[in-house]
Design a protein. Sequence first.
Length: 74
Amino acid sequence: MTTLKLRKIGNSLGVILPKEVIERLYLKENDMVQLLEEANGVYLTPYDPDFAEWAEAFRNTNKKYRNVLRELGK
């Protein structure tokens, strides 16, 4: 586990990622990352535009067919 300190960056707060984390995620300067909020914390992952497109389509379908999907899941 790594403890990071929040720092003021302009009008926001941010963290500096350790080099090891950047290397493990294969990130480089100006890459996009995704912050996923879960019940037990947050996860930082590299941004994948293909996955983001799929996730958006799923969210739209899930909203439209919520009751049907719930019945199918029984």
